[in-house]
Design a protein around this ligand. Sequence first.
Ligand SMILES: NC(=O)C1=CN([C@@H]2O[C@H](COP(=O)(O)OP(=O)(O)OC[C@H]3O[C@@H](n4cnc5c(N)ncnc54)[C@H](OP(=O)(O)O)[C@@H]3O)[C@@H](O)[C@H]2O)C=CC1
Ligand SMILES: CC(C)(CO)C(=O)C(=O)O
Length: 318
Amino acid sequence: MEIKKVAILGAGAVGSYVIEGISGCMEIRLGVIAEGERNARLKSAGCTINGVTYHPEVWTSQETDNIDLLIVSLKYGALPTALDTIKQATRQNTIVMSLMNGVDSEEIIGAKIGMSHILPALIKVASHKEPDGYHFDRKSTIGIIFGEYKSPFQSERVKAVCDLFEKSDISYRVTDYIREEIWSKFRLNVCNNLPQAILGAGVGCYRDSVHMKAISEGLRSEIEAIAAAKGIEFSKIESSAKGSPVMPSARYSTLQDLDAKRHTEIDMFSGVLMRMGKELGIPTPYNEYTYHMIKALEEKNDGLFDYKGKDETPTYSK
Ligand SMILES: NC(=O)C1=CN([C@@H]2O[C@H](COP(=O)(O)OP(=O)(O)OC[C@H]3O[C@@H](n4cnc5c(N)ncnc54)[C@H](OP(=O)(O)O)[C@@H]3O)[C@@H](O)[C@H]2O)C=CC1
Ligand SMILES: CC(C)(CO)C(=O)C(=O)O
């Protein structure tokens, strides 16, 4: 098995890491899948990444054929309407890898195209958009972590993806514990992205405030109870290492979304945990509060609370 043709669905902050990483591989056909205005924009402007403009091919879903590897890097809200596109781009031997955060994009995509296509993965990168395109620091990026759910872990497709990444500038690691790795990233996002998004402060808040630490720990206890009920064993992947250094001013993606007045991926974080908690009979009060607060902050950004004063119908306080 050899990967010769790669498609990206979602040429944003994460998609850019893959586009920049593979663009130097002359023997690989690399394309971005997009429709309508987005297709025209990508064709004319290309993708500007770390100050360099790349021009991968741009395909509509009708123009996708014989794709060996399809990488999905959409935001959660865009996934449901993109499922037909994913189906169209998936042929008998297409490997589909989702780099989305959260724990259920594989299941959602797998329900549409069949789980046998899914090679589970996650990405550790801090990439964001600026007026001159996408930016990330390749040197400090851990990159893509992937692997089979079950043995044989060194499958033909795992070897084929390793061969591709080896030729590219993509950092990667293969794991026998992909479920635990995905849940561990999920835990990091839920405990660190969400309280800081409500407070509107950098991640130093968890170090400097016992109150922020307490909220983060509350979320952590809920996610760990749910993970344990699902048979996720974090101990399989945990080391005594201190983790990667992060500046106290860092604002993770949920806060970046609110700062930019975009809707967040809260349904993928606390929304999914609330659903799982109900299914398993595990209470999730920290996640419920967090979910509603972040939804309300989205409403505030949308202007729902822009009250104009005396001309409005009063509310009644009891
Ligand atoms: N940013 C980061 O550092 C990290 C993000 N993640 C996760 O990765 C996922 C992607 O995030 P991120 O890259 O930041 O998001 P972005 O918003 O930067 O990128 C998403 C891209 O998808 C495109 N898109 C939306 N709908 C469609 C569609 N129907 N067809 C084709 N393209 C479409 C958007 O295009 P347009 O701009 O034209 O709307 C945009 O370019 C999320 O789940 C996020 O949580 C994970 C690790 C780190
Ligand atoms: C924490 C981080 C940067 C890790 O990749 C991330 O996933 C996010 O900002 O949502």
